[in-house]
Design a protein around this ligand. Sequence first.
Ligand SMILES: N[C@@H](CCC(=O)N[C@@H](CS)C(=O)NCC(=O)O)C(=O)O
Length: 202
Amino acid sequence: MLRIHGIARSRAFRCIWAAEEAGLPYEVVPVGFGAEHKPEVLKVNPNGKIPALQDGDLTLFESLAINLHIAAKAGAPLMPAGDDASRVLQWTLWAATEAEPTHQQWAYNTYVRPPEQRDPALARAGAEALAPRLAVLEKHLAAGGPWLLGANFTIADCNLAAVLYGSWLNGFDYAPYPKVKAWLDACLNRPAALKARKLREG
Ligand SMILES: N[C@@H](CCC(=O)N[C@@H](CS)C(=O)NCC(=O)O)C(=O)O
């Protein structure tokens, strides 16, 4: 049984979605915002953050690494073999290092922080920095698709779409990126994603 520590309103959303895609039994150990630094949470994530995963003797932190582990347990097509496994890693690292920091800068200054703590200039700069990355994604999807690796949905789609989910839901202008928009629509309306979204969006 996978034990996902966190709540769906946190990045644990990604891991719940992945577990649903994998069709593996899991339970959510509810750790909310503000509880991340409690001793019992630090035992599973020494960073004092959520999510964390326990799978038997294995304890993991980092949401996207957790998702790679979940997908590896499920095997193909969620985690393909060979060159496609490397492509999954490429898009997952791209999600974490290229998409997420710029995306979060926009998100924190648009809808995450309380209004008085938002800086519109930082939001604009985040969106401007995200734009060339989305252009790369748009070109990639236009050349292939419907999923990141082609014919099959993989954990790479889950990981990248989960990173972009907040902007998709909160009014980011995806009009210049119609392929990205269509791909996000398809990812985030999959039955497994809808189950995780229900926990988060109510
Ligand atoms: N890179 C980490 C980030 C985890 C993270 O920042 N989680 C947030 C909630 S979504 C958190 O626990 N923040 C508490 C804090 O930073 O003190 C991951 O993807 O798991």
